[in-house]
Structures are given as C-alpha cells and as structure tokens.
Write a protein that binds this ligand. Structure first.
Ligand code: FAD
Length: 308
C-alpha cells in the first residue's frame, strides 16, 4: 500500500539507484587573462579523469573570441585524449570566413563542432550577415560541406525567445538535425519535467538524435537571472528563495547549488536520461561533486602533456 511504499522509499539509501552508468561532457569559455587561463586548465585537469565524451569551448558574441576559442580547443586536441568540440556561430561573418575557421579546426584535428546561430552583440534583434549563413540550419549544412564534422546543435526545452511557438521551435530543431546534426544539447533549465516533456515531444516529432540536457549548477542567482533573461529559461521562485539570505555565505551557497543540481540530475536519471552536459563556467568543483553523486568515478587517463 501507499504507506509501505513511502517507507520503503524513505529507507532506501540516498542516490542508491545511481550506478554511474552515465556519460558526461563539460563546457568551458575561452579565458581572457593569464589568471583565468590558469583556472581553466586547473578545471580541465580536475574534470578530465571523469572521462567526458567531449569538452566544448564557447565562441564569444560576434566571433569576439575567435582566436582564443581556437587556441583553447587546439590545445586540448594536441595535449589530451579527451575530444574537444568548438562552438561556432554565424554572427557578423561571411560564409567564406566561417568556412575558413571550420577548415582550420579540421586541420588542427578537431572533429566536433557545436553549430549555433548566435546572438547580436548588445542584445539587438538578430540580423543575418548579407553574405553569411542565415541561421543554424544553414550553418550545419555549410560545415558538412567543409568536412565530415560531428555536429551538435542547440535545443530549448522552454522554447527559444525568437520562436513563434513551441512547434516552430521543434520543427527548427528537426531541420538542424536533418541538415547533419548528430545530437542536440539543451539550454539550461531548472524544471526536469520541462526537459522530459520536451524530449518526449521531440520523439513524437520524429527526432531520433540524442537530446542532452545542459546542466547549469547555479550558485549565483542574480548572474543566472541575467543569463536566463536572454534565453527564455524560467528561474523558479523556489530556487530564488533557496538562495535568499545566503549573499554573505559563499560556502553555504555552493552546498545549496550542488544539492539543487544533483537533485535535478537524479530526477532526470529517473526519467531515463544517461548523458549530461555541464555548463562549468570554468569551475570544476560543482560539476565534479554532482558527477560524483551520480556515481561517476575517475578513470585512469593517459598522461597528458602540458603545452609549452
Ligand atoms: P537557430 O536554431 O538558427 O534559431 C534560433 C531560434 O529562432 C529557433 O529556435 C527558431 O525557433 C527561431 N527561428 C529561426 N528561424 C526561424 C524562422 N524562419 N521562423 C521562425 N522562427 C525561427 N551563443 C554564442 O554566441 N556562443 C556560444 O558558444 C553558444 N553556445 C551555446 C551552446 C548551447 C548548448 C546552447 C543551447 C546555446 C548556445 N549559444 C551560444 C546561444 C545561441 O547562440 C542562442 O541561443 C541563439 O539565439 C540561437 O542559436 P541557435 O543555434 O539555436 O539558432
């Protein structure tokens, strides 16, 4: 009966059902200063033994980090056994320029691109470059014409702000995958239910490619609110209130952050999710702790050479 069931659930050890049978990937941004660079490589080397399926490096608005993204991705390709993925956007660049960047990645041994439309600098409404790729669908097809890249595309469980309705957004996702995308990685979200509904709607729309949830372990709500405002993600009231009163307690904030994200991942796991993409913000500890709670343990990795 219901009471016995509740007792059984309460008696089972926490996180016991998590067997570590998961795949993870980690996202970084290219560092701006020497100090940030040291932090990134520290983070990378802490997470590397978790044997991620790939690690990705973002591309700044309007291609502003073109060289830094390339340098970071190329260093991972040259010094680690972990496969790097380079983010690339269509913003403010001609097709020829983008094809050249893609070719340089291929020549550096990079085989995986996260293909994105991107956003205008300063938050202006999106305008395609006159000689550029108009959107991510065109970019995916263009990249496939350069080389046989493995391509990831973006998906939005809570609907992209530019989409007329959830169905248009889903059609757009299907077209990106049909153009040559192998998997979709989602924007961050805080409702496991929203993700699972989106995954089911995608399957019903005939999407067979894996849809990997993007997990943002939040320890700073006001920063997250700014990011969420631009991408249509809801910040739930319960989350805001969990961080209330913790402004002067950074250690407690980290513990709360790990608890929230681990609980969300646990629910996704219960819903059948086995692959997780972490937005690390170039910090290892939260992602590492959550992976650990999900049962993932370090594997022996081949020694990595440090780049000069
Ligand atoms: P698209 O899929 O081309 O389109 C965006 C939306 O516009 C679609 O969802 C669709 O609903 C709507 N749309 C497009 N065309 C039409 C049409 N004809 N009619 C109606 N609606 C239409 N940004 C960066 O600048 N650098 C990064 O490194 C980066 N990394 C990201 C990684 C991930 C995993 C995610 C989820 C996002 C990332 N972004 C990044 C943000 C991304 O660039 C923005 O969300 C951008 O606004 C949309 O990019 P997209 O590739 O999803 O665009």
């Amino acid at each position: 009966d219901q009471l016995a069931e509740a007792r059984r659930a309460a008696a089972s050890p926490l996180f016991a059902d998590l067997a570590g049978d998961i795949g993870v990937s980690f996202e970084f941004f290219p560092p701006k200063s020497e100090k940030m660079e040291a932090q990134l490589w520290d983070t990378f080397h802490t997470l590397e033994p978790l044997a991620p399926s790939f690690v990705s490096v973002t591309y700044g608005a309007g291609g502003s980090t073109r060289e830094r993204t390339h340098a970071t991705v190329a260093r991972i390709a040259a010094t680690s056994s972990v496969a790097p993925a380079a983010h690339l956007t269509c913003v403010e660049a001609s097709r020829a320029e983008i094809d050249e960047v893609a070719q340089a990645y291929w020549d550096a041994g990079v085989r995986h691109i996260v293909a994105l439309r991107g956003d205008m600098p300063g938050g202006a409404p999106y305008r395609a470059h006159p000689d550029g790729y108009a959107n991510a669908i065109e970019l995916v097809a263009g990249l496939k014409a350069v080389a046989p890249f493995d391509i990831s595309v973006a998906a939005y469980p809570e609907v992209h702000p530019d989409a007329d309705c959830p169905q248009t957004d889903l059609d757009n996702l299907k077209r990106k995958l049909d153009a040559g995308g192998t998997r979709a990685i989602t924007q961050f979200f805080f409702s496991p239910d929203a993700f699972l509904r989106f995954r089911d709607a995608a399957a019903a729309a005939g999407i067979e490619a894996p849809i990997i949830p993007g997990i943002l372990p939040v320890s700073n709500v006001s920063q997250t609110r700014r990011m969420a405002g631009m991408c249509g993600t809801q910040i739930p009231a319960w989350m805001v209130s969990l961080f209330d009163g913790l402004d002067d307690h950074p250690a407690a904030r980290q513990l709360v952050a790990a608890t929230i994200a681990a609980e969300m991942c646990r629910r996704l796991y219960a819903g059948g999710v086995r692959d997780f993409h972490f937005y690390t913000l170039n910090r290892a500890e939260l992602s590492y702790a959550i992976c650990h709670l999900l049962g993932l343990r370090p594997k022996v990795v081949p020694a990595t050479e440090e780049a000069a």
